[in-house]
Design a protein around this ligand. Sequence first.
Ligand code: NAP
Length: 350
Amino acid sequence: MAERVVIIGSGPAGWTAAIYAARASLEPLVIEGAITEENRQQGTLPLGQLALTTEVENFPGFPVADLAAYLDNAIDPKKRRYMAPHAGQGVSGPELMELMRQQAVNFGARILTDDVVEIDLSSHPFSMKTLGGEQIEALSVIVATGARANYLGLKSEERFKNAGVSACAVCDGALPRFRDKPLVVVGGGDSAMEEATFLTKFGSVVYVVHRRDKLRASKIMAERALANEKIRVKWNSVVDEVLGNETDGVNGVRIRSTVDTDETEELEAAGYFAAIGHTPNTSFLSGQLETNKKGYVVWTTPARTYTSVEGVFAAGDVADDYYRQAVTAAGTGCMAALDAERWLAAKGLE
Ligand code: NAP
C-alpha cells in the first residue's frame, strides 16, 4: 500500500508538515534521517541544523524563561532522559526540535529513523529505497531535507576531521582538546559570530578569519562577538592550510592575506571551525527536481511549495537559500502539508 504522504527530513519544516498532515488524517510517514557517523560528520543527523545550535531566541512563543517543568511534561520521558539539562534561558535548538517531533508523534505521525538513498519520481506512485533497505511507495512526497555546513575544501581539513576540524562548534566545542587553547573560526556571517561567541566559553582566544574587511553578520550578532574580549578578527584573510600532525591533530592554521597574497601568518590553534555557509541536502534526488544554480530545490509557482514534479512538494532550507530561519522553514512545512492535502484531494487520492 502506498503511503499518502511521505515527509523526508526532520527539521522544523519536516515536523510542521507532519503535524499538519497528521491532523488532516493523512497518517504521514516521516523519514527522519539515519544515525550514522557520516551524517554526524556532515551535520545531517535527525532533527536538522537546529539540533546543532544553542539558545533559539527568535522562534516566536519562547521568551527567555525556565522551561524545565514544561519539557519534563511535554516530551516522552524515554527521550527526555537523553537530552542535555535545560539551561533555563528560553528554548534551546535541540529542545525545540524534540518538542516539534513530540507534537507530530502526538497527532499520529509515524517515524522511520533512516535515510532515503534512492528515489524515483518519474512514475506514480513515487518509490524510494532507504539505507536500511526499506522500499516505500508514496502518493505524495514532501522534501524537507534542509542544508548542511560547507567546508573550504582543503585536503588538510579532511585530514583533521574529528581531530580538531569541525563545522559545528556547538556539537564539538566542549571537547577537552579545545579547552583553554586558541581556536579558529572561518567566516564572517551570523554562523561565524555565533560559533566564535560560543567557543569563547572553552578556548583561550578565538580568531575569526574573514576574507573581507567587513562582516556579513547581522548588526546584533556582530556587535556581540566584537565586544567579546576573547575574539580577535583577522580581517582580509583566508585559511590556506590547517596545520597539525597525526598525534595531536590540529595545532594551527596558516592564513594568507587577500590584499597582499604573498603575506602569510601561522596561528597556533587546537581547533578549526568552518562557518562559511551551507549546501542543500539534495543528492538523493539525483537531479529529478529542478534546482537553482546553488542546488536548492526550486518552488515552481509563487507562494506555493510545488516543485517541478507534480505531487512532490518542498519545504524549508532545501528550497530556501534566502530566509533560512526556523520559523520560515516551519511556515513552508505547513504550506507543503496543505498543498499535498489539496493535491491528493484534487486527484481523488485522499
Ligand atoms: P552566510 O551568511 O552565507 O555567511 C557565510 C560567510 O562565509 C560569509 O562571511 C562569507 O564571506 C564566508 N565565506 C563563504 N565562502 C567562503 C570561502 N570559500 N572562503 C572564505 N570565506 C567564505 O552564512 P551563515 O553565516 O551560515 O548564515 C546563513 C543564514 O543563517 C543567514 O541568513 C543568517 O542570518 C542565518 N543565521 C542566523 C543565526 C542566528 O540568528 N542565531 C545564526 C546563524 C545563521 P563574504 O561575507 O565575503 O561573502
